[in-house]
Design a protein around this ligand. Structure first.
Ligand code: SF4
Length: 435
């Protein structure tokens, strides 16, 4: 097979393997898993496709991040638990935010068995503030599944298919774990990789379509070397995070700029192409701060499924949902009431209304005109803090009512709840009014 002459037009540093005084550098050919894919499918030539990885790996060697606490590429005994934990944390969250959370998790749960054996409340408290709480539930469930697999087979899953069976692990995360956590062959195609390769390949198809996803996976597989796919995965993550940025990518420093189609066209911002989304609905709810005579506040544990699954929150009272300028539903409409409120919230809401109790807005109209906004994937949630002060008979009554319905509740002063319950960020925003 003829060896391609891979060239990069940047000077990437002073590594001993690099020609530092030259405008161009050449790299050795490396092997690819390209048997099943026709090269006619891609916008680049065979040589350009083969030269992608060597240039990226060379750049990573000299300019990539090599000191992230979860990286396993410099060890001969990689730990898949560490890679799995970090990959789940890094979904939708930036490296700088994840680092302190990751370190605290590793201190408290140094092994997958420690995480599996931990109480959910402890895991939730460690996760609090990282957002997308379904990930934390999947992590806890996944730890139990992994321990089961280890008890049966003596080891972590060793294949991509095996990892995909673990709760919360998709195709790209499984590829990353096998490549980086087991030093096997794995391909990744997450958001960062998609941005880099759609720009490089000039792929102008809508990335929300499954046909485009297939194209990008095929391209990522074609570009991934069979050797060192873990280093390549880390290099691509670094490329997306430090060079091929969402806005103002640093193309001058990019090792693949000589044949990047977006760069040649001056259309970096055009890629990746994503069909415009419909505007998100907005939902308005009261956040009830129900206080007993001991100045303790009522906290409910949310159902496992749905938003903030399994976490402790204030009771919410659904008010209305708005799409554009139209009101889609209100609390007066039965179906809206039933779908928007948990069973516990329905019980509290009915009790308040049956007893003609009145909740009070916390501060002189501030929150009436400017409620707390919490943005979620599918809607913006506006929360309005309201207080309801109970006498001891009322607090005993609502406690008994909720316990009879098997709802997990706890009465705790605000400071203690903040310190021990692992409250979601939106609840902390609501409580800021008491700081
Ligand atoms: S040249 Fe620019 S747009 Fe193209 S891959 Fe590199 S950083 Fe991204």
């Amino acid at each position: 097979m003829t060896q391609p002459n891979c060239k990069s037009n940047i000077n990437t540093g002073t590594n001993a393997n690099t020609k530092t005084n030259s405008e161009t550098q050449t790299f050795d050919h490396i092997a690819f898993n390209n048997n099943s894919i026709s090269n006619n499918f891609f916008n680049h030539t065979d040589d350009e496709l083969d030269c992608f990885a060597p240039r990226i790996l060379n750049w990573f060697d000299q300019n990539g991040r090599h000191d992230l606490p979860w990286q396993q590429h410099k060890t001969d005994t990689p730990n898949p638990y560490i890679v799995w934990l970090s990959e789940v944390m890094l979904q939708q969250t930036q490296v700088t935010t994840v680092i302190p959370y990751f370190k605290r998790f590793m201190r408290s749960f140094p092994t997958v068995q420690d995480l599996a054996n931990a109480e959910w409340d402890t895991v939730a408290e460690h996760w609090a503030g990282l957002g997308y709480y379904a990930r934390a539930r999947n992590l806890h469930k996944g730890a139990k599944q992994l321990v089961e697999s280890i008890n049966q087979t003596g080891n972590f899953p060793q294949t991509i298919a095996g990892w995909e069976e673990i709760s919360g692990v998709g195709q790209s995360t499984a590829g990353a774990i096998v490549a980086m956590g087991l030093h096997g062959y794995g391909v990744i195609c997450d958001g960062n990789v998609k941005r880099v390769i759609t720009r490089w390949a000039g792929n102008d198809h809508d990335i929300t379509k499954s046909a485009t996803t297939k194209e990008l996976w095929a391209l990522s597989e074609r570009l991934t070397p069979t050797e060192n796919s873990g280093d390549f995965a880390q290099a691509m993550m670094d490329m997306g995070a430090t060079l091929c940025l969402r806005r103002n990518p640093l193309c001058q420093q990019c090792p693949i700029n000589t044949d990047c189609i977006a760069y040649a066209e001056g259309k970096q911002d055009f890629y990746p192409v994503k069909a415009k989304k419909k505007p998100k609905p907005s939902k308005f709810s009261n956040a009830l701060i129900i206080i007993n005579p001991k100045e303790e506040v009522l906290w409910l544990q949310r159902p496992d499924s749905g938003i903030w699954g399994g976490l402790w929150v204030l009771p919410l009272q659904f008010e209305k949902k708005i799409l554009g300028k139209s009101v889609v539903s209100t609390s007066e409409q039965d179906t809206a009431y039933e779908t928007e409120n948990s069973v516990a919230e329905q019980i509290i809401d009915k009790w308040i209304s049956d007893n003609n109790m009145v909740t009070t807005s916390i501060s002189d109209g501030l929150f009436d005109s400017d409620p707390i906004k919490h943005s979620l994937t599918h809607f913006d949630w506006y929360l309005q803090p309201q207080t309801l002060v109970l006498d001891s008979k009322q607090s005993q009554f609502i406690t008994a009512l909720l316990q009879k319905a098997d709802i997990n509740i706890i009465w705790l002063p605000i400071a203690k709840a903040k310190a021990t319950l692992g409250l979601p960020k939106a609840m902390l925003k609501v409580l800021e009014v008491f700081d």
